[in-house]
Design a protein around this ligand. Structure first.
Ligand code: DC
Length: 228
């Protein structure tokens, strides 16, 4: 069984996909972490992200693996743990340029498909239901309004969790900056030529602006049971 969860940054895809993976005992695949890892490799090695050929060569040569520790899933880039390093504002700012390069996408999509061929998976990203796994049994397009998404990200950056603590707050300036970055990335991700962010025709739309994580997870589990 393949469960595809697509949507814009901060819509809660990771939290929901992770919960589904745990409860259903299937593999969790964070495809955004893969594009982030390629971006980090460019920044670390001084590769100009405007040089599509150089970025593509790097994407084809790096080893991206997932592991786990007490804190949850870890991401390894050429054997080095980059779980935190791929979530910095610098990577946030640069990742859309890297993920718009067709050869980078081709390299990542073939790795992602290999994971799906190996067994059941819940994958989250932007093009999972449209490009990576067009035959996924369950497709969800998860959205939330931009201010709700920025708030969740800002709270997360402050080391708290808006999903479990509705009264959690974050620095207002930080939240404004995150909102501006989310809107910029939404625009870039949904207007790019290659695999833009858009719902698959057969995706179930869930707007999580006013929903708790549990409610969203319950809805996705209902869809999984229906598809079995
Ligand atoms: O989900 P995220 O914020 O970690 O994703 C980081 C970036 O990677 C996002 O701005 C767009 C890109 N991305 C993509 O183009 N395709 C995917 N399947 C997943 C992420």
């Amino acid at each position: 069984m393949i469960v595809a969860i697509d949507g814009p940054a901060g819509s809660g895809k990771s939290t929901v996909a992770h919960a589904i993976a745990e409860r259903c005992g299937i593999t969790y695949l964070d495809t955004g972490a893969m594009y982030r890892s390629v971006t980090l490799a460019c920044l670390q090695r001084g590769v100009d992200v405007a040089d599509a050929d150089a970025v593509a060569a790097l994407a084809q040569g790096v080893r991206i693996e997932f592991g786990s520790n007490e804190g949850g899933q870890t991401v390894l880039l050429d054997g080095v743990d980059v779980t935190s390093a791929i979530r910095t504002p610098e990577v946030d700012r640069t990742v859309s340029a890297v993920s718009a390069i067709p050869a980078v996408r081709a390299a990542m999509v073939s790795l992602q498909r290999a994971v799906g061929e190996a067994g059941d998976v819940v994958a989250e990203g932007r093009d999972i239901g449209t490009v990576v796994y067009p035959n996924a049994e369950v497709k969800v397009f998860l959205t939330a309004d931009a201010t709700a998404r920025a708030h969740r990200r800002a709270v997360q950056r402050a080391g708290k969790d808006a999903a479990t603590d509705a009264s959690a707050t974050a620095d207002a300036d930080a939240e404004r900056a995150i909102l501006a970055d989310l809107k910029r990335r939404d625009e870039l991700d949904s207007t790019r030529k290659e695999a833009p962010l858009r719902p698959a025709e057969d995706a179930h739309h869930i707007d999580s602006s006013q929903m708790g994580v549990e409610e969203v997870v319950a809805e996705v589990i209902r869809l999984i049971e229906e598809a079995r």
